[in-house]
Design a protein around this ligand. Structure first.
Ligand SMILES: Cc1cc2nc3c(=O)[nH]c(=O)nc-3n(C[C@H](O)[C@H](O)[C@H](O)COP(=O)(O)OP(=O)(O)OC[C@H]3O[C@@H](n4cnc5c(N)ncnc54)[C@H](O)[C@@H]3O)c2cc1C
Length: 476
């Protein structure tokens, strides 16, 4: 192999001798993919089609031994690395120009212990793959609402899904982890190892090393759940969002809802004249008995005169995949940010509806996630993830497929973020990071009072900041 350009800890691009790269390749069980190799373009592609970066090398790990070899190689050559789980980070943090990418996407092992209701999953597993294994035993781990996301980045940043108000975030259900640190050693995070490290992994991201496997607490869910899915006209969006605000206060913990401001989808149930026009949809899962779910979600269905009501009892697995088609990897280009709101005032409702109407892309949406319940009862001592007092998370999902919309799409996302600032707590969700252009501000806003403890942990596990392509916590 010819000499390879790789980015070093100082930020410069250095040259690594071909013999060193060849020696690394010989020792791997997985594969090493360089710019000249077939498969390089697939290996560097991530979910966000806006992100077009060229790593120096991609090391596709087959197991923990390969991860240790990768980190050791990086340490010996003073390199920075990126880490890839499911490749769905919207800021594209899994890939950086000239960096060594440690790719875990081939590490798919999952083992469920039905007796203990625990699950061990390797770093390349996706939400859908984990759900598939756990549902075989009538169990589920709280995961995200799209099945193709990686469990790794999702969990390490928090992880909002339909079970959040009953069982908390993904990270709240992380009970242990195996981590390869920047020293190239395997450490255990958890009560059977470093409990402080486990705390840091619950929201603190990929700052402390490469997580090769995650241990989760699972819960009885399904096989069927009640899922409410009700679409309203744009003219009714303000009234619907005000209704949602009042309805959400009285919902039991089994219910988790999102009110989405979007443009009505092109699907048969939506009258043709309304397709592509601004609208609002209620989406909500009740994770307990479906009959109780139908009752608990009745109010959401009874409001106003919907365009369409697609609510139904359905398999939990189907509900977890319901919106996958709207998020095709590679085709979709995106700019995602967030705001947390204590309250949905009439002014905030008006702003959200107006901003949606002004979107340059009919594929974008503004999601008003209902918080509270079990999610809100975890404390800053339980998880590095920050403050939980807000009643709503606003997911600002700028997305489009036409490259011609790039400039306007990003500008719209920024504008929504700015306009909603006065209504918000000023905290942010690290997994909706824009393109990381505000990384220090994002980290301060997200972690607040937990930042000093995270810094100390970072200094202990990654003093040279080898793992910096993430929501980065600078060492002390
Ligand atoms: C279509 C789509 C749907 C989404 N839906 C939701 C949702 O429902 N709820 C929600 O909360 N968020 C959601 N998100 C945001 C999602 O949580 C983040 O994008 C998350 O980073 C994706 O994780 P990943 O493993 O796929 O990402 P990757 O891009 O592979 O990784 C992201 C970062 O995580 C770190 N990382 C990944 N794997 C490891 C590892 N094994 N060890 C150490 N560090 C690692 C690295 O820093 C890496 O750069 C969604 C995003 C998309 C694109």
């Amino acid at each position: 192999m010819a000499e390879t350009q790789l980015r070093t800890l100082s930020g410069q691009v250095g040259i690594v001798a071909g013999t060193d790269v060849a020696a690394l390749r010989d020792r791997l069980r997985g594969t090493l993919v360089g710019p000249e190799d077939p498969g390089y373009d697939d290996a560097r592609a991530v979910w966000n089609g806006l992100v077009d970066r060229r790593p120096g090398l991609v090391l596709r790990c087959a197991g923990t031994a390969d991860v240790i070899l990768a980190v050791t190689f990086a340490r010996e050559h003073d390199l920075v690395v990126t880490v890839r789980g499911g490749g769905h980070n919207t800021g594209g943090s899994a890939v950086a120009d000239d960096a060594l990418m440690i790719d875990l996407s081939a590490m798919k092992g999952v083992r469920v212990d039905p007796g203990r209701r625990t699950v061990r999953a390797e770093g390349g597993v996706t939400v859908g793959e984990l759900d598939h294994e756990t549902q075989a035993f009538g169990l589920a781990v709280p995961m995200g609402v799209i099945s193709r996301i990686g469990i790794a980045g999702l969990t390490l940043g928090g992880g909002f899904g339909w079970l959040r108000r009953r069982y908390g975030l993904c990270c709240d259900n992380l009970v242990g982890a195996d981590v390869v640190t920047s020293a190239g050693t395997l450490v255990r995070a958890g009560t059977d190892g470093d409990a402080d490290l486990l705390w840091g992994l619950r929201g603190g991201g990929g700052n402390f090393g490469v997580v090769t496997s995650f241990d989760f607490q699972a819960h009885p869910v399904g096989p069927d759940v009640y899922f409410a899915y009700v679409l309203h006209r744009g003219e009714d969006a303000r009234a619907a969002l005000r209704f949602y605000r009042d309805w959400a206060r009285g919902a039991p913990d089994e219910v988790a809802a999102i009110a989405t401001l979007w443009h009505n989808p092109e699907q048969d149930e939506v009258p043709e004249a309304e397709q592509g026009r601004p609208g609002l949809a209620f989406m909500a899962m009740h994770c307990g008995d479906p009959a109780a779910g139908a009752e608990a979600l009745r109010g959401l269905r009874d409001f106003g005169a919907p365009l369409a009501d697609l609510s139904a009892v359905q398999p939990y697995l189907a509900a977890q995949r319901l919106f996958d088609a709207d998020y095709a990897a590679g085709e979709m280009r995106g700019y995602w940010k967030s705001r947390y709101l204590d309250a949905l005032t009439d002014e905030a409702v008006d702003a959200i509806v107006t901003l949606n109407e002004a979107s340059p892309s009919t594929q974008s949406n503004l999601d008003v996630w209902q918080l509270g319940g079990r999610y809100a009862r975890f404390t800053p001592d339980d998880a590095a993830y920050g403050d939980r007092s807000a009643a709503y998370l606003i997911g600002i999902e700028g997305k489009w497929t036409d490259p011609g919309v790039d400039g306007d799409g990003i500008a719209w996302g920024r504008r929504v973020f700015d306009v909603l600032a006065p209504f918000s707590t000023r905290a942010e969700y690290v997994n909706f990071p824009g393109l990381y252009e505000d990384n220090p501000a994002l980290v301060r806003a997200a972690f607040g009072g937990n930042l000093d403890r995270l810094r100390a942990l970072k200094k202990r596990y990654d003093p040279d900041n080898m793992f910096r392509f993430n929501h980065n916590i600078p060492p002390d």
